[in-house]
Design a protein around this ligand. Structure first.
Ligand code: ZN
Length: 284
């Protein structure tokens, strides 16, 4: 998961869209019944679909939750806070945020919908939105959202994104360098792996490959640099520069699973000079 800046999204939204969303929000606030609200939401669902291209563009077409880029899937505009119901709760859903772009997330099918993986895993966010026990669930437009502590890691929160870590097996877990800053970190990581289906086996395998590839590049760079320093051979110098270039490219946020590359490099710093240099100077 990489950080997605909602301000970047807002800059791309046309004033006409904002005006239309404002009008629908007024209709929703004036609706007398939950049934009427549902009809208004359904009738205007084209509004969030209209923003899909913008949402996709800020993540370079990758799912905001898992960083997968699937060219043969429609993907979806997910409502981070579910708009019509909250699974497992007596809650009307966060209907007042149904047309609020801050609540939109670009999501792949596996993160957005419940799926049973053929390898025995299961997950998908659907209408689930667990919050920390003791925090106050928002129930209407008058509620204070900051009093609610979501347990699903939010790609639009820089502090949340830092909680996830990926290891050489490709599995997601808590960031060993960042858990102490958030007392709810462990729960957030556990719930997010479950509801974003981050243990889906093909995804884990894709991350494992990226991780191994990055370590291989580090090793290649170290080997070439060592030989260059010993031999002063031009080919060794060229090899070193080429490998460091590949490392820098692996960290670019437009790459699938760039967060995995960052974890691999960060975790390999003590072993590899190339990893240390890449983490300290090429992590832009
Ligand atoms: Zn996804």
């Amino acid at each position: 998961m990489i950080f997605i800046d909602v301000e970047e999204v807002k800059l791309k939204i046309k004033p006409t869209w904002l005006a239309a969303a404002r009008d629908v929000k007024k209709l929703l606030s004036a609706a007398a019944t939950a049934k009427e609200r549902k009809r208004i939401i359904d009738d205007n669902s084209h509004l969030w679909r209209e923003l899909k291209t913008i949402l996709a563009s800020v993540s370079h077409l990758k799912c905001w939750y898992c960083e997968t880029r699937d060219h043969r899937s429609d993907n979806a505009v997910d409502h981070y806070r579910p708009k019509s119901r909250v699974a497992g709760e007596h809650h009307p859903g966060y209907w007042w945020l149904a047309f609020d772009s801050d609540n939109f997330r670009f999501a792949c099918t596996y993160c957005n919908s419940w799926r049973n993986g053929p390898e025995g895993t299961a997950g998908g966010k659907q209408d689930y939105f667990p919050i920390l026990a003791g925090s106050i669930r928002a129930v209407g437009p008058e509620s204070i959202l900051s009093e609610e502590v979501p347990l699903l890691i939010d790609p639009c929160s820089a502090t949340d994104v830092a909680l996830l870590w990926f290891d050489e097996t490709g599995q997601a877990s808590g960031n060993p360098h960042g858990m102490e800053f958030d007392s709810a970190a462990k729960q957030k990581v556990t719930e997010s792996i479950k509801y974003y289906h981050l243990d889906h086996v093909p995804l884990v395998e894709a991350r494992r490959r990226i991780y191994a590839e990055v370590l291989k590049i580090c090793d290649d760079a170290d080997k070439a640099n060592k030989w260059w320093n010993k031999s002063r051979e031009q080919s060794a110098y060229d090899g070193y520069r080429e490998a460091m270039g590949r490392l820098a490219r692996s960290l670019k946020r437009e790459n699938e699973y760039s967060a995995v590359a960052l974890c691999a490099i960060r975790g390999y710093r003590a072993t590899s000079d190339a990893a240390r240099i890449a983490f300290e100077y090429l992590n832009r």
